[in-house]
Design a protein around this ligand. Structure first.
Ligand code: FO1
Length: 315
């Protein structure tokens, strides 16, 4: 049987656009999305899993299209009441969004795994694609800045990514077990392509790559492993990727991202605005429209990636 399953590694708001493109292009039953959990944190007694929730909300049509996180048609009574009682309101938990965070916290407290809970919710939301956390063990992104060590959400939301980044660490990664299905799919002859979404490599993809066994599984993967550049025209499409690259003294270029991913990469997708910037990229390059402002572009990029994978064949 022809290899059919598609694996996507994704995190953040940029990655989920491509996930949506795949979900609207392939048989979603063949789509496996493994999501970064390094952004997760415990807040007001709740386990918040932003990248998982953005993926679930987006694939079920519940996402707020403007914000890129949380739910559409949201109200904010809860967080305003928290503020009124002197609690923290810097991290805006909406009233409808609160439900998923409360149910998840209750499930985890009763001993259910994050994967089992997330899978139950994606079925409840009638999502055919599989959406799973990169690991059920806690991995937490910490950002060392000139103002000290910040949790991911303190850096990203609390400080709007302003502090200068000196180092990014993934607490717990060394002892975390990758999602079993992730390692299975990376080794499976039924996998047609593995896609690194155009997420922030340093904040949203690196936590997945920090899990023991994942880089080796990517190197040994029988399917082509492709990445989409999150840098277009020498800048990040959205979010702090370019700023972090400058602060870490990394050239702000697509080639630098390809080099960052390293020797398991089989192909790299550049945006058409960077068609002339492929020098220094030592894997095959495909030039596409990667600015996913419309569903059509998201679908077209997914189709281009599948064609690219099929052309590259089995590495
Ligand atoms: N991002 C913000 O910029 N401001 C917020 O107040 C905020 C609240 C929030 C609540 C729940 C949730 O799941 C995500 C939320 N996000 C918020 C987004 C989140 O910080 C980012 O999407 C990811 O962590 C970055 O990939």
């Amino acid at each position: 049987m022809r290899p059919a399953e598609i694996v996507v590694l994704s995190g953040g708001i940029g990655g989920v656009k491509l996930v949506q493109g795949f979900a609207e292009t392939v048989d979603p039953g063949t789509l496996w999305v493994f999501v970064n959990t390094g952004d997760d944190f415990d807040h007001l007694g709740l386990r918040v899993c932003p990248d998982l929730d953005t993926t679930l909300y987006t694939l079920s049509g519940l996402a707020d299209p403007e914000r890129g996180w949380g739910r559409r048609d949201e109200t904010w009574q809860f967080i305003e009441a928290v503020k009124g009682l002197g609690g923290p309101d810097w991290f805006r938990l909406g009233d409808r969004d609160l439900a998923l965070n409360v149910l998840r916290s209750d499930a985890l407290r009763s001993g259910r795994s994050l994967s089992e809970f997330i899978d139950a919710i994606r079925r409840r939301l009638a999502i055919d694609a599989r959406v799973l956390p990169m690991s059920d063990d806690d991995v937490r992104t910490r950002v060392d800045t000139q103002e000290g060590r910040l949790s991911f959400q303190e850096y990203f939301v609390g400080r709007q990514c302003r502090p200068v980044v000196e180092r990014i660490v993934f607490a717990g990664a060394a002892s975390a077990r990758p999602q079993p299905e992730l390692l299975e799919k990376l080794a499976s002859p039924q996998t047609r392509a593995v896609i690194i979404a155009p997420s922030n490599p340093y904040l949203s993809i690196d936590p997945i790559l920090a899990l023991p066994g994942v880089p080796a599984a990517l190197r040994g993967c029988p399917a082509p492993v492709l990445a989409v550049s999150p840098i277009v025209g020498g800048d990040s499409v959205k979010g702090p990727t370019a700023k972090i690259m400058r602060e870490l003294s990394i050239p702000v270029s697509a080639a630098a991202v390809a080099a960052h991913y390293g020797d398991w990469l089989d192909g790299f997708v550049l945006d058409r605005r960077d068609a002339d910037r492929s020098e220094g990229i030592d894997v095959p390059v495909r030039v596409c429209d990667t600015l996913m402002h419309t569903l059509d572009v998201k679908r077209q990029l997914a189709r281009e990636l599948l064609a690219f994978a099929d052309e590259l064949g089995r590495p």
